[in-house]
Design a protein around this ligand. Structure first.
Ligand SMILES: Nc1ncnc2c1ncn2[C@@H]1O[C@H](COP(=O)(O)OP(=O)(O)OP(=O)(O)O)[C@@H](O)[C@H]1O
Length: 245
């Protein structure tokens, strides 16, 4: 759990998009068997941090360090807007990703079943609803059993039952020993399924730790109160980074 050494960590990373500094001095750890939720206002840098941790872009400064096993696939990633090549079925698409990471033939169906998409196995990917496409993206992120899985807003666009299911899938992955990072704006679901949170505000981690410990520290009984206190300032204004707020 969280007292184990991290399997993946960001060490003092900065990320700039040209002249715009989006992450500053971010240090964060992910641990095996733990769901860590990344929460923060719109535009605070969550997707940028997730993409940095997934190795999709180099930080401008600092380091991303992976301490896990040398497997065929180290980190599974669900983008915020998953998209798949048209002309193939859901099952064929997942079988393709399975073949890339050396997973066995049955893995694709098992992973489809886990996200609740078994009945859509023969449906072309272009005929999936937005929510179903996201579920296929989650199945794709977990195929090959990477020890770290990062999910950018996995519950976005899903109905309440399916959102809850997706968070339960994340908790099940952690029960299997995987280090899961997910971003979300749904604090109730985060409180239900996550062990730890990283609170990002305006490109900086303003709090991180076990949810219950943060509630004790702030002497509050909900994650919303932790969030409100940690973020401070206006909660109804999007702070556009690189601009005067
Ligand atoms: N490619 C880019 N070029 C320039 N600026 C960018 C780029 N991508 C993101 N940004 C800026 O970086 C900041 C952080 O964006 P990011 O998508 O990481 O935030 P977020 O916390 O994931 O937001 P949301 O919750 O709205 O999805 C924003 O100010 C955004 O405008």
């Amino acid at each position: 759990m969280t007292d184990t050494p991290p399997i993946l960590e960001a060490i003092d990373i900065d990320h700039d998009y040209g002249a715009v500094s989006v992450l500053q001095d971010v240090s964060a750890t992910l641990h095996r068997g733990t769901v860590t939720a990344l929460i923060g206002p719109n535009g605070s840098g969550k997707t940028t941090l997730i993409r940095s941790l997934a190795g999709l872009h180099e930080p401008t400064a600092g380091e991303i360090a992976y301490h896990g096993p040398d497997t065929a696939r180290r980190i599974g990633y669900l983008p915020q807007h998953p998209a798949f090549r048209p002309g193939f079925t859901t099952l064929e698409t997942l079988q393709f990703y399975a073949s890339l990471v050396g997973a066995d033939e049955t893995a694709a169906m098992t992973h489809l079943d886990r996200v609740g998409l078994a009945d859509a196995a023969d449906r072309p990917v272009e005929a999936l609803s937005g929510g179903m496409t996201r579920l296929l993206g989650i199945a794709q992120a977990t195929i090959g059993d990477p020890p770290v899985v990062v999910l950018d807003e996995p519950g976005s666009g899903l109905d309440p039952g399916m959102s809850m299911h997706v968070f339960d899938v994340a908790a099940d992955l952690a029960d299997d020993g995987i280090a899961v990072l997910l971003s979300s704006h749904d604090l109730e679901l985060v409180e239900r399924a996550a062990d730890r949170v990283l609170v990002l505000s305006n490109g900086r981690i303003v709090r991180q730790g076990v949810i219950a410990d943060l509630q004790d520290e702030f002497d509050v009984d909900s994650l919303w109160s932790v969030y409100e206190t940690a973020i401070g300032g206006d909660l109804d204004t999007v702070r556009v980074q690189g601009e005067r707020a």
